[in-house]
Design a protein around this ligand. Structure first.
Ligand SMILES: Cc1cc2nc3c(=O)[nH]c(=O)nc-3n(C[C@H](O)[C@H](O)[C@H](O)COP(=O)(O)OP(=O)(O)OC[C@H]3O[C@@H](n4cnc5c(N)ncnc54)[C@H](O)[C@@H]3O)c2cc1C
Length: 394
């Protein structure tokens, strides 16, 4: 393709082809819109014998239902995923709150999926309505009354009626659009480790709350699992510098016995930040997923919120497209912002409440969290309400 050319117009350009951007591209293209997807790195190919991606996510039932309708879930299931039927939260085993899929009359509460595979499953469904620009990134944005133009590092220029920023928490496009954000870095960071476990296939994900931070286990398929260790950022950096053998020893000392005699295969650490974009749109640019909000991963909700953004935004755009009205109008984008921003803020604030309630060693707060866990473990109504919220149906 010749450089510095204004190529054919698209209905929508999406910057960032991660899980959220790819899902929007697929949804819009299936309704007949032409989509340009700009991404720096394509997802890696799936090899059945390859080690799982270190980055895994707990996907709730609401996200699964939408991804099934898009046709991506069956492709993912043919590769690798792990359903879980039970979810446990505890500080001491005596005050364990246990949620079971049977409590809400479901076969499972959610799945643990590898981020790379979910992204790949979405990319595999693209039809010719999606033009993928990869590897590519955006160097400039100009906004006009009826369109927005993106300049790519290849020299190409893309004109579209709507531009979607799905390029993650550190979104370059958000900055190009002049949208500020607020937030902070948490004192805690987390280490994520892929482990081999001595147990056969597990169906339970659990989280122990301690005053230095939560310790969690997420089952993967076969005898593997993902261990997430939250602690003070300095401590996490020290742990990340250890060999797999040394980290295994530390983990077996710090985690509750129910983890079993795991062996660390690989690990990585992540800083934890909260970010809330001041607005979800400016002109014809709209934000979705982590580009709009980054949340403490404590309860595994980040990409589920991103899929809720993606689903609503797709529905609004497809409806306008079918009525032959402007798919990038301020009225449409305002409706999206009005519905998604408060819902995302509520989840972020709830997670902050958990972070402070469960991460504190102050006497009265410790008593309060014991009380909260004991009450939750005894009330079946409360447990059902929490379970329905966690799976994304309330
Ligand atoms: C440790 C940890 C555990 C988590 N666990 C869970 C969980 O259990 N459940 C859950 O729901 N969420 C979880 N999350 C959150 C989840 O990972 C994010 O919410 C999710 O990845 C956001 O998806 P996204 O597509 O919006 O952004 P990203 O995953 O950040 O994808 C952005 C994409 O844009 C591309 N990109 C970036 N910049 C550019 C550019 N300039 N040009 C072109 N392309 C660009 C990137 O290559 C990437 O593909 C967790 C997060 C962490 C850190």
């Amino acid at each position: 393709m010749t450089k510095n050319t204004l190529i054919q117009p698209f209905d929508v350009s999406i910057v960032g082809g991660g899980m959220v951007g790819a899902a929007i591209a697929l949804s819009l293209s299936q309704a007949g819109l032409t989509v340009a997807l700009i991404e720096q790195r394509a997802p890696q190919r799936f090899e059945p014998d390859s080690a799982p991606d270190l980055r895994v996510s707990s996907i709730n039932l609401a996200s699964e239902a939408w991804l099934t309708r898009l046709g991506a879930w069956s492709a993912l299931a043919e590769m690798r995923l792990c359903p879980y039927q039970r979810l446990q939260a505890f500080e001491h085993p005596t005050s364990m709150v246990s949620f079971d899929a049977l409590d809400i009359k479901r076969s499972h509460l959610g799945h643990i999926v590898e981020n790379n595979l979910l992204q790949l499953a979405l990319w595999q469904q693209f039809t010719r309505n999606v033009s993928v620009f990869c590897p590519a990134s955006v160097t400039a944005l100009s906004q006009h009354s009826d369109c927005a133009v993106l300049s790519l590092d290849s020299g190409e220029q893309l004109r579209s009626t709507l531009v979607i920023a799905a390029d993650g928490a550190n979104s370059h496009l958000r900055r190009l659009a002049g949208i500020g954000s607020n937030g902070w870095q948490y004192q805690q960071a987390c280490l994520v480790a892929l482990v081999n476990t001595p147990y056969p296939q597990q169906d339970v994900t659990w989280q122990q709350f301690t005053s230095s931070g939560p310790k969690a286990f997420l089952p993967l398929s076969g005898q593997q699992g993902s261990v997430v260790w939250y602690d003070d950022a300095a401590k996490i950096k020290q742990l990340a510098a250890l060999s797999a053998k040394e980290l295994t020893e530390q983990m077996l000392t710090a985690f509750p016995p129910k983890l079993g005699a795991v062996e660390v295969v690989s690990s990585s650490w992540f800083p934890l930040a909260r970010m809330d974009a001041n607005y979800y749109y400016a002109g014809r640019v709209v934000l979705a997923g982590d580009a709009a909000h980054a949340i403490n991963p404590l309860a595994g909700q980040g990409v589920n919120l991103g899929f809720a953004d993606a689903k609503l935004l797709s529905e609004l755009v497809i409806s306008a497209y079918k009525q032959q009205s402007d798919i990038g109008s301020a009225a449409l984008l305002r409706t999206y912002q009005r519905k998604r921003k408060p819902a995302n803020l509520l989840m972020m604030t709830t997670m902050d409440g958990f972070y402070h309630l469960f991460g504190s060693d102050i006497g009265p707060i410790r008593k309060l969290r014991q009380l909260a866990l004991t009450m939750a473990s005894r009330s079946s109504l409360l447990k059902t309400l929490v379970a329905r919220y966690a799976v994304g149906y309330e």
